[in-house]
Design a protein around this ligand. Structure first.
Ligand code: NAD
Length: 279
């Protein structure tokens, strides 16, 4: 079974750097897919209330019989539940579906700036952590102004910001701000969600050829060597195996730099929604 590196978060807890994300894994397929991922050696699962598949994740965890402290489970607070005491109701529902008494990481899924309530949601996550229902807390899709607001108001720094990040869209403003405050970056859509020809880009295809690995493995390796936490999604067992088989080679500095140079700094490499537009 592959040895997956752990990263220490700014609250002292650790997270497996590579996991399995279940966005768009159909609820009926989730238990099977997560069970296979756990068999293959994944120990970090990234889900969200809005994915509608927390029950399947919970069923797979229960069936696997893996000691709880070897697993790292993340879920997320959905956008329509930021206000009042809704975050408390939401985490209770997620924990019931996951059959857990705590998650390892709970995230505010989007900043929903038009609703102007991400600071309130963050204050609720601080309470949820204090109650022991989430070991660590963080955010997702937060840009610098959103991060500044919650950190300035509460003094509590998220352990991660989970953002869209892949070679064409590297979000350097966010990653620089986060790095300076010891906030780790979780890269979602790490393979660009298959929405552009990342695997055919010469620096990726060339490194794959040079190392005898697949383009997907090269991109995963690029994330790992950049210190990102990631959890590529697939429902196919062969791809789950491929995506974790990345610890027997390393990209050279020149190969890393060539992939870094695929960034479109004007933001045009984004493949999904802009955080200001999700409310
Ligand atoms: P991804 O970049 O992981 O792309 C997934 C797609 O890549 C799959 O559908 C599959 O077609 C393809 N793929 C996977 N492995 C492959 C391989 N070895 N070879 C070729 N193709 C392969 O995109 P994603 O699923 O959006 O992101 C990963 C995870 O990030 C999600 O499952 C979810 O947990 C998280 N996420 C979070 C947010 C957020 O708003 N916080 C948004 C999207 C995704």
């Amino acid at each position: 079974m592959p040895r997956i590196p752990h990263i220490t978060l700014n609250d002292g807890h650790t997270i497996p750097q590579l996991g399995y994300g279940v966005f768009k894994v159909p609820p009926a397929e989730t238990e099977r897919a997560v069970s296979e991922a756990l068999e293959i050696g994944y120990r970090h699962i990234d889900t969200a209330a809005i994915y509608g598949n927390e029950e399947g994740v919970g069923a797979a965890i229960a069936a696997a019989g893996i000691p709880r402290d070897e697993l790292f489970i993340t879920t997320k607070l959905w956008n329509d539940r930021h206000d009042g005491d809704e975050p408390h109701a939401a985490i209770a529902e997620s924990l019931e579906k996951l059959r857990l008494d705590r998650v390892d990481l709970y995230l505010v899924h989007w900043p929903t700036p038009a609703r102007d309530n991400h600071l309130h949601a963050w204050e609720k996550l601080i309470e949820i952590r204090r109650q022991g229902l989430a070991t660590s807390i963080g955010v997702s899709n937060f840009l610098v102004p959103h991060l500044e607001r919650i950190v300035d108001a509460t003094g509590v720094v998220p352990v991660v910001d989970q953002i869209e990040l892949h070679p064409a869209h590297q979000q350097r403003a966010v990653t620089d701000w986060a790095r300076a405050r010891d906030i780790r970056i979780e890269a979602w859509g790490p393979l660009g969600q298959g929405k552009y020809d990342l695997f055919g880009a010469p620096p990726v295809a060339g490194a794959a050829e040079a190392h005898g690995k697949t383009p997907a493995q090269v991109v995963i390796r690029w994330h790992l060597q950049n210190g990102h936490i990631l959890f590529p999604k697939s429902v196919r067992r062969a791809r789950l195996e491929e995506n974790i088989d990345v610890f027997d080679f390393a990209l050279t500095d020149a190969e890393m730099a060539a992939i870094d140079a695929l960034d479109r700094a004007d933001g045009s490499g984004r493949v999904s929604a802009h955080p200001d537009e999700v409310n």
